[in-house]
Design a protein around this ligand. Structure first.
Ligand code: ZN
Ligand code: ZN
Length: 291
């Protein structure tokens, strides 16, 4: 019994293809999760979802495709792949798009507006697949097909959710937090007192923690309040929460493959310094993990 995880998009903010990002990839966030029973869960719908969609159609071999799509929030880099996700143009397919209850504009409104005629040639109403929207609030526990999920509000402009997935009655957890500022509270985010301690508990004991490590410590000083974390902060969180594997995620668009190799080694050195057993890997398109 296990959840199978595959990365299709690992980059933050904007697609960044080119010779220096070939190995870790230039597509914006999209992660495929498969339950033991084969149910499809997709985390975020950045440009990585385009290639996932093509692969799903190939694998389905004419059969229907269904699954749940969990969006952490509605910033472009997390939704911009939806209009290019080919399975939504096929009758008989069925997707449920999940998003935060507390967004200023509801997730279904944002997805529909992304396909309004002034910005996209096909309207949402013209799509052939069946698409439902569901909303999740912090603390709610939802039972899906072969998995359970809980959510927590994290620190990001406009609000965002982190998700914790387990199998029903299972212990091994996948925690996915694509965009989140772990640094000292700036007053910009209205997370309540004690948020940091509660967030560590939310990540507690995860077999795999996928977390925002957009910035280096130097870069972060200039971007307080932008809602992202550093490599160092990601490692400290994972150590505090007793995580088994930390996946560095939401790579800064300019971060080259060579630099990501180096940053990953620095993270591992920090773990060693602390005497921890935490494993650290940088998310790369095509990387697969078992939870
Ligand atoms: Zn993002
Ligand atoms: Zn964002």
């Amino acid at each position: 019994m296990s959840l199978r995880v595959q990365f299709w998009g690992t980059r933050g903010s904007i697609p960044s293809p080119g010779p220096s990002t070939v190995r870790y990839g230039g597509n914006t966030p999209c992660v495929e999760v498969r339950t033991a029973g084969g149910w499809l869960v997709i985390l975020d719908a950045g440009t990585g979802i385009r290639e996932l969609g093509r692969t799903l159609i190939e694998r389905a071999n004419g059969g229907p495709i269904q699954g749940d799509i969990f969006l952490t929030h509605a910033h472009w880099d997390h939704i911009q792949g939806i209009p290019f996700f080919a399975p939504i143009f096929q009758r008989g397919n069925h997707f449920t798009i999940w998003g935060s209850k507390s967004l200023e504009t509801s997730i279904d409104r944002v997805v529909r507006d992304q396909m309004s005629p002034v910005v996209f040639p096909v309207t949402f109403e013209e799509l052939d697949a069946t698409i439902d929207f569901r909303h999740l609030a912090e603390g709610e526990r939802c039972a899906g097909t072969g998995y359970e999920v809980t959510a927590m509000e994290v620190r990001h402009p406009g609000g965002a959710l982190g998700y914790r997935f387990t199998e029903p009655r299972g212990k091994a957890a996948l925690v996915y937090v694509s965009d989140n500022e772990l640094g000292p509270a700036t007053g910009k985010f209205n997370t309540p007192d004690g948020w940091h301690e509660r967030f560590v508990e939310f990540c507690r004991g995860a077999k795999v923690l996928v977390h925002d490590t957009t910035y280096t410590t130097e870069e972060c000083d200039h971007h307080r309040g932008w809602g992202h974390s550093t490599f160092h902060e990601g490692v400290e969180l994972a150590l505090a929460a007793g995580v088994e594997t930390l996946v560095l995620f939401h790579h800064e668009p300019r971060r080259s493959d060579e630099e990501l190799d180096r940053r990953t080694e620095e993270c591992r050195a920090l773990v060693k310094e602390r005497g921890g057993t935490l494993q650290v890997v940088a998310a790369a398109e095509g990387l697969t993990l078992t939870v």
